[in-house]
Design a protein around this ligand. Structure first.
Ligand code: ZN
Length: 167
């Protein structure tokens, strides 16, 4: 198994069986954390207060969303809060789907360099349902979700870059 270094901010989170518990994960006292299930209040706080979904700390100047093709290229609207770039890279390295139950660190974080895209002029990657990208940006607006009434989501500003995540 590849060893993946936990970024410093994320290393400050409590761990469960050696893996950092995402700040937004549901975690009831005396129970195992629910990796992949988001606490509603923390999710809202992350959007509104601009906190990293994984480490819970304030986002820096540049940060990232992880999203589907549609989110990255069509809507720029993300249902999952933003992350520090380092936290997002770590999460992407432990695919499938960020940090999930039964997590095994199987991959080193890496990108298809040929697919580093300038959203302004590059052709988009092929539309695959399992495609995920790292959407790097500097700001977003909090807007109401169309799918989940009353819940906030992020409408991101133009991307600085969009990278294909290899999971
Ligand atoms: Zn973070």
């Amino acid at each position: 198994m590849a060893h993946i270094e936990i970024p410093a901010r994320l290393a400050a989170r409590p761990q469960y069986h050696g893996m950092p518990v995402p700040w937004i994960a549901i975690w009831a006292p005396d129970e195992p954390p629910q990796f992949g299930a988001n606490d509603g209040k923390r999710t809202r706080d992350a959007f509104v207060l601009r906190l990293c979904a994984l480490c819970g700390q304030k986002l820096e100047y540049r940060f990232a969303f992880i999203g589907s093709y549609r989110e990255c290229y069509d809507t720029r609207t993300f249902n999952e809060p933003a992350m520090c770039i380092e936290c997002a890279l770590y999460a992407a390295a432990v695919c499938p789907y960020l940090v999930t139950e039964g997590y095994v660190a199987r991959h080193q974080p890496r990108f298809k360099k040929s697919k580093l895209l300038n959203p302004e002029d590059a052709p988009p990657p092929r539309r695959r349902d399992d495609w995920h990208g790292l959407y790097v940006t500097r700001s977003y607006e909090v807007v109401p979700s169309r799918d989940m009434i009353g819940e906030p989501v992020a409408k991101a500003a133009k991307a600085i870059e969009i990278r294909s995540l290899e999971c």
